[in-house]
Design a protein around this ligand. Structure first.
Ligand code: H79
Length: 488
């Protein structure tokens, strides 16, 4: 099949009653009728998981950040390469398809890597902005089924399940390939032809929506239970019901997958966790009718957000999709400390890998994931099923917290900077029966509880250069000592 054939007509002959944007004015009711307790039960595994692996993989992966034999950039998202070089889908697909050659068993490698690292879930791109779907779609010919005669979503889901991992689908509602996608509706959403007239005359957004909803329906119907749907993304000038018939989409998804956990990106309004455009424009609130969690991208919020579920997604270098030119790798130490920092603020960490066109994971990412594995094997108990630190700020590191039976508290003290005087101090009035031990060896260490602080006598040398965890237990809830600022 030629590249030109595949892009021609991927929409289905199906018109929505009422015409485009008309029904969009009448918001569909949010059907989820869920008590806070039911919501807590549904969110429980996700809140306890804390660490997931993101995978960006699609046609762009084989291009690897190179166009016309030259680097498009040495940093930034190369999953955007089609938009960066302003290629139409015919040209893009013609070049990218021959370079996208998934090797047998690629998904097993991903799944094993995630499992070994201590991830509890994996979210992967079922379709990025370029519009190429990794499943075998009946409503599109721009998909792995039509082009490679493979259902890559099935291969990935099976591999993740074989490792006991939870499964998440990333799905972009933006689409640079579809011939009815009305990109002129938004000045803020990217498109290779933005600012130019439609090459095929008038477009009908309702037909695009039928295709979008159709692919999502296939993904929600044909792969068993799906644990996460990770939408990407909306703009202030085009979002929600008007742009995507978002409430209908959410309702349809929930009717097929009642336990699914979804993010907030079908919307871009303050009630859905956004204060504007830009990946840092976070609003620390979320009305559950817009989704279950908010999504800081490439940054860690300065503080936790009590009452709001959140997940920071981040790259290991600077691109989501593979680039052979991006060498700006973060060190394993930085990445592991990021996970600890996030857990101490009550969030999840979704850490990305960008496999190459054949599905191989870059060595730097493999090394980083192995470093996570080594650290999590010893210290995972200080991350999973913990809650945010009771302290505002600790000079030497971070803290996570767990409630134990009998009203006791366990604090996990993650020491980044080992105190030179061997004394770790906490602004805490520890409850009775205080005990401390090194997590790695269970070796007891002395605790002194005073009126203004609790101190722990540490061994001379830091056992773990990245973060050494000390477990501190005592009766009751933490009683944090708040000193008034000097002069007050
Ligand atoms: O899938 C990943 C990104 O492609 C997607 N969301 C994550 C999870 C995303 N789409 N848009 N944005 C994020 C916000 C815009 C980012 C940009 Fe850029 C920074 C546009 C231009 C500079 C990143 C770098 C994309 C192209 C170059």
């Amino acid at each position: 099949m030629t590249a030109r054939n595949i892009l021609v007509n991927s929409c289905i002959a199906f018109m929505l009653a009422g015409g485009r944007l008309a029904e969009a004015q009448t918001p569909a009711p949010a059907t989820r009728d869920e008590t806070p307790a039911q919501r807590d039960a549904r969110m429980r595994w996700w809140r306890e998981a804390r660490f997931g692996m993101f995978v960006h993989w699609g046609l762009y992966s084989g291009l690897a950040g190179t166009w016309d034999g030259k680097p498009v950039a040495t940093s930034g998202g190369m999953e955007w390469i089609q938009q960066r070089v302003k290629a139409d889908t015919g040209t893009y697909a013609e070049r990218a398809i021959p370079l996208f050659k998934p090797k047998p068993g690629f998904a097993r490698e991903w799944a094993r890597l995630a499992k070994e690292a201590g991830c509890r879930y994996v979210v992967f791109t079922t379709k990025h902005h370029d519009g190429f779907a990794l499943h075998d779609s009946k409503v599109s010919e721009y998909d792995a089924g039509s082009v490679l005669q493979r259902d890559l979503v099935r291969e990935i889901v099976d591999a993740l399940h074989a490792e006991g991992l939870r499964v998440g689908f990333y799905h972009s509602v933006i689409d640079w390939h579809h011939d009815q996608y009305e990109y002129a509706h938004s000045k803020q959403l990217p498109h290779p032809l933005l600012g130019k007239p439609y090459p095929n005359g008038q477009r009908d957004h309702a037909r695009y929506l039928a295709y979008l909803h159709g692919e999502v329906n296939e993904l929600m119907s044909n792969y068993g239970p799906v644990d996460i749907l990770w939408w990407d993304y909306s703009a202030v000038d085009f979002q929600g019901q008007e742009a995507w018939r978002a409430f209908d989409l959410l309702n349809a998804v929930r009717s097929k997958q009642p336990a699914i956990v979804m993010n907030n990106r079908l919307f871009r309004i303050p009630e859905a966790g956004f204060s504007g455009m830009g990946t840092s424009a976070i609003s620390a609130q979320l009305d559950p009718k817009h989704g279950d969690f908010i999504t800081p991208e490439q940054h860690i919020p300065a503080t936790g957000m009590p009452g709001v579920d959140w997940e920071t997604c981040m790259t290991m270098n600077t691109t989501w999709g593979y680039s052979e030119h991006d060498k700006k790798w973060k060190s394993p130490e930085t990445l592991i400390r990021n996970l600890i920092d996030i857990a101490s603020k009550g969030g999840n960490y979704l850490l990305n890998i960008g496999p190459t066109g054949d599905g191989s994971v870059p060595q730097e990412s493999v090394q980083a994931m192995k470093a996570f594995g080594a650290w999590m094997k010893v210290n995972g108990g200080a991350i999973y099923a913990t809650t945010a630190s009771p302290f505002e700020n600790l000079a030497w590191g971070r803290c996570t917290r767990q409630r134990l039976a009998g009203g006791r508290t366990r604090l996990y003290l993650h020491v980044f900077d080992w105190p030179k005087d061997g004394k770790l101090t906490l602004p805490l009035l520890a409850g009775g029966h205080a005990r401390a031990r090194l997590m790695a060896t269970a070796q007891s260490i002395p605790v002194t509880t005073g009126k203004l602080e609790t101190s722990i006598a540490l061994p001379k040398e830091a056992p773990d250069r990245i973060a050494t965890v000390i477990e501190l237990e005592f009766d009751g809830a933490p009683n944090v000592v708040k000193l008034s600022p000097p002069g007050k």
